[in-house]
Ligand binder design. Sequence first.
Ligand code: FBP
Length: 695
Amino acid sequence: MSAPNGIEAILSNPDVQIITSKINPELVSHRKMAPALCGVFASPVTRLHEKEGFVFEIDNEAKRLLPNIIRNKVQAVEGADASDINLSEGYRKQRRIGIVFSGGPAPGGHNVIAGIFDAAKKANPDTQIFGFLMGPDGVIENRAVELTAVRIQQYLNLGGFGMIKTGRAKIDTPKKMSLSRETCKNLGLNALIIVGGDDSNTNAAFMAQEFYDDGIQVIGVPKTIDGDVQVRDATGKVLCAVSFGFHSAARAFAQEVSNLCTDCSSDMKYWHICKVMGRTASHLALEVALQTHANITLIGEDVADYVDHKRIEAAENAGTVDYTAYGMTLRHLSRVVCDAIVRRAAVGKNCGVMVIPEGVLEFINEIQIFIIKLNTIIGVYNRTHDTDFHLDFPVLEDKRDYLRRLAKAHRETSDLSVWNTRDDDLFNDIPDFFQEGLLLERDSHGNFQFSLVETDKVVMGLVKDYLNILKEKGIYKMGIEREYYRRTLVAAGMDPDIFGPVLFKNYDNTLYLLVKESIMSLKTLKQALIRANLMEEDQKIPPGIEKIYNKSVPQFKTQTHFYGYDGRGSIPTEFDCVYTYNLGWTVFSLIANGATGQMAAIRNLEKKFSDWEPIGLPIAPLMHLEERNGRLALVLEKSLVDVRSPAFLVAKALREKWLAATPGDDDYRIPEPVHFTGNVDDDRPITLLLNDIGK
Ligand code: FBP
């Protein structure tokens, strides 16, 4: 046989095989790292202790629909020795536990499974853990695999939900509920664990109620990179500061955004527009801002909180009330952004980095109204016709036509439809791509799918339009470095001090000179020079002056980026690895002590690891009524950015510094690389730290 040659020889080279193998030695050792465990789990067994002092405002509908779990309390996990035979026997009982991921992936999910597995096997090596495949559909359709130590080790400390996959199905009909019950019974499960966001934990509460008499415990685990599953009691006491996955995703986004800050401050050419995930809440955008000090970061909750005092005053003077003064319009938002861009350009920085949360539009009144109205129209249509709006009206024109008919019916027959002629006119005023976005299919939970809407395009479309107006008015100008101006004119044999006062509106000691607003073209420049007797009508503008003028005309160039799925798939930070592994152990403590309708959580995440406290949180008392699919539904409340929180107030106070509309360097912060120091306290979400310090 002849020796391999060419590409075959290269492929059979042992070094090439190592380099191209999918086994990455660093990852192998990363997987072997054992996440730190809260002290309480070193005890032979654990018990639950009801914690006093937390108050919940219980919704009547929750009382009615969830009677068996509505009286659940906050429970602390405590270490115990094995001398209490009853406790010990119950704890060490052989069990069969099922686990399912629900919703978008979040770094750390595999460690939740690992924590449950290790705790369960420690209590009883014969206990079996099953993973449902492809999310809640796996529960409905009874698709599960038994998880083994080898499989779990393969995924320890790694991102994604690849071990058993995930899905967005919702167990929300009597049929799906009964199929799920069948599955749990067929598998002989003692407990079902649902790892998910607000909607999935809502589902967990309903399943806990439904399976109560079957003796199948249901426990939720709060996950979502969006960070909007946070739990406080009615007095504001923090019970769960953030869902898992938030820190890893925010750090991944921050790394990318920071790299853009570095690039941008090098070539000074582009505005980088970075849309970051967070379907509704802007927690991720806020954390990215704190990590990177990007020049502009929009925070949806802040936009909604805006009050236009000038308009209120004008209305008061006219003896009226201007309700539109509360909350920002899309147009106003674009003005605020333009103002910042213009101010940076004035000091020679026609570039920068801007962070836009993907859900920002939900905080704009006019858009929110459209979303609610369209949710209702689509929901009502589907229920009334027992069909699917999007199948019946596949293209935009069909949908618009249907809306037009609703508006007509409203006008002609005083039909009580939520869609009137004014809505229709306003809707037809917005660009097609955004109309399509607003009409997109809602997800299985009835949520508007912001990740599919080009939020950045909507905002930046208006920004670009308004910048053009400002340019035409001579307001958007590049500042010219005084020294550059001097050198250019001296090199052309001209006296800078003669031309300066004619050209610039600030020809004093400032570092950056701004061409007068009245000079907005070569024609108006020539007129200004003629008026100042610096040239004649039949002469050409001196090249040095023309060069300076051309330099003052800004080109607004953007690059857009979307950070979402990449961060969701990132390797979990040490914070998330340790957090989730302990969540897994907490889940097992809740199961082993008979809890159901509880959510596993770790209290004091904002403090040192030694202060972390594993707890069980009652889901039902946290639920309230919210609009879903055009009607009110009992759900777990999403936590939005609190505009009175220290983290937000710090970011707001530093906004001007980060905008850096001043000569000199920007204030960009380079986040340290994500690393494993073996000490979880070294790298925690800045939002959490600030909220704790400023409390
Ligand atoms: P979860 O709430 O399920 O964790 O998902 C959050 C999220 O990552 C949002 O930030 C984003 O809007 C959405 O998922 C995207 O959903 P999809 O995966 O269906 O595109």
